[in-house]
Design a protein around this ligand. Structure first.
Ligand SMILES: O=C(O)/C=C/C(=O)CC(=O)CC(=O)O
Ligand SMILES: [Ca+2]
Ligand SMILES: [Mg+2]
Length: 420
């Protein structure tokens, strides 16, 4: 039988009792930030549950991890504490359990309507890394940026390539993104262009949130790597293609990427995603032993990108992709990240890279969808090559289970004009 909550949850909801993703919210503008989990259209305030003494297992009983303005402390406690929290919360919220169900005053204090609270960044992100793990995306970018000779560099099939991103400009879904200014390619015999980016793009990604870290000098074994990942969020790695194309040869992404990155507010745990595990694509050539896994696992997460064009009300779907298309798994990414001894810390964010599928309608950015502006997209009676000021980009992600969803909600951002 499918587990049910006493909280009424619509069958289409992303947040049934099987999910219970973690976020950080403010009940009112002046109030303190605190951790919560999503259940249907409500947020369960974990500080209230903790104060009521309802986390009574060995790992959480005397912990103040739910009286914090971020989830970092809880993440650092490790997977046994996460499992204890999940089983405590699933029990408390289940239809059969009277403790919270039948305590009206506690219920009113602990369950807050989601549309009344403000969601914040759930973690303090010390370091942010962005991988490049979709073969389809790597190939398309190679064809566009480097030509048909060798679209994918040979090292790509051996190394989960990444770049170090900028943590300070990571923002929560719903935050406006200011169009960056920067340098673009000179035309023949002229100086480089300087001004507002003319090729502003999104990148459909997900990101792993690091739970327990590793010590400097002590790499994480690839078959242990899942124990270090707390969960996943949706991520938009906003990218200015003109700035990127001019600056990144030979060193890689810098100002073309660092002006903003958006994440969704709810961290869906790997425990909630476990029923949706799917086989990752075959890796040929086989990876080196330190990247060889007992099981190559992705998750079947349907992803969708829509745009509300400037001045319009309705969203137009422009791409449908899936997390399962990633070539390098998140566990290989994490193991590779630490193989030189680099230490990860609770709350670090590891972007997967743009998640493009094999079909043109599953590409994960406008660079690919419009083939660098050569094939404009039609949407809502207008067309786009790259993003206009006023456009809003919305990602959603959801796993469909037997009788329930495990979803991520949305990750959105609207483009504001560059400063004058
Ligand atoms: O050089 C290229 O082919 C393009 C690279 C990127 O845009 C970097 C990036 O953000 C990787 C990714 O999202 O997959
Ligand atoms: Ca990216
Ligand atoms: Mg970015």
């Amino acid at each position: 039988m499918v587990l049910k909550s006493f909280v009424e949850v619509h069958p289409d909801s992303h947040f049934p009792i099987q999910n219970l993703p973690y976020g950080v919210f403010k009940a009112e503008p002046g109030s303190e930030a605190r951790p919560g989990v999503a259940i249907g259209d409500y947020v369960l305030d974990l500080s209230v549950i903790a104060s009521a003494g309802l986390f009574d297992g060995p790992y959480l009983e005397n912990s103040d991890c739910f009286n914090q303005p971020t989830l970092n402390k809880f993440l650092g406690l490790g997977q046994l504490a996460w499992k204890e929290a999940r089983s405590t919360l699933q029990k408390l919220l289940s239809a059969a359990e009277p403790i919270l169900r039948d305590n009206t005053s506690l219920r009113q204090k602990a369950l807050l309507p989601m549309d009344k609270v403000q969601m914040l960044l759930p973690i303090a992100i010390g370091d942010y890394t962005d991988f490049f793990a979709s073969k389809h995306h790597a190939k398309n970018c190679g064809l566009i940026f480097r030509g048909p000779e060798n679209p994918i560099n040979p090292n790509w099939f051996h190394i989960p390539i990444a770049y170090h991103g900028r943590a300070s400009s990571i923002v929560i879904s719903g935050t406006d993104i200011i169009r960056p200014r920067g340098q673009g390619h000179p035309t023949v015999n002229s100086l480089p262009y300087f001004g507002p980016s003319r090729k502003l793009d999104f990148e459909l990604e997900m990101a792993a949130v690091v739970g327990a870290g590793n010590e400097l000098g002590k790499p994480v074994d690839v078959n242990e790597a899942a124990n270090h990942i707390f969960g996943l969020v949706l991520m938009n790695d906003w990218s200015a293609r003109d700035i990127q194309a001019w600056e990144y040869v030979p060193l890689g992404p810098f100002l073309g990427k660092s002006f903003g990155t958006t994440i969704s507010p709810w961290i869906v745990t790997l425990d909630a995603l476990a029923p949706f595990a799917s086989d990752a694509p075959d890796q040929n050539p086989p990876p080196l032993p330190y990247l060889a896994e007992k099981e190559y696992k992705n998750y079947d997460i349907s992803l969708q990108v829509s745009i509300v064009p400037a001045g319009q009300k309705d969203a137009c779907i422009i791409s449908r992709s899936n997390f399962k298309h990633l070539y390098w798994t998140i566990t290989q990414q994490l193991a590779h990240h630490t193989i030189n001894g680099c230490n990860l810390r609770p709350g670090d964010l590891l972007g997967t890279g743009t998640i493009s599928g094999p079909e043109p309608d599953s590409y994960g950015c406008l660079l690919e969808l419009t083939w660098n502006g050569q094939k404009p997209l039609s949407l809502g009676g207008t067309t786009r090559t790259f993003l206009d000021d006023g456009d809003e980009v919305i990602f959603t992600g959801c796993c469909k289970g037997g009788g329930y969803n495990v979803g991520f909600g949305r990750c959105s951002g609207k483009i504001l004009p560059s400063p004058p």
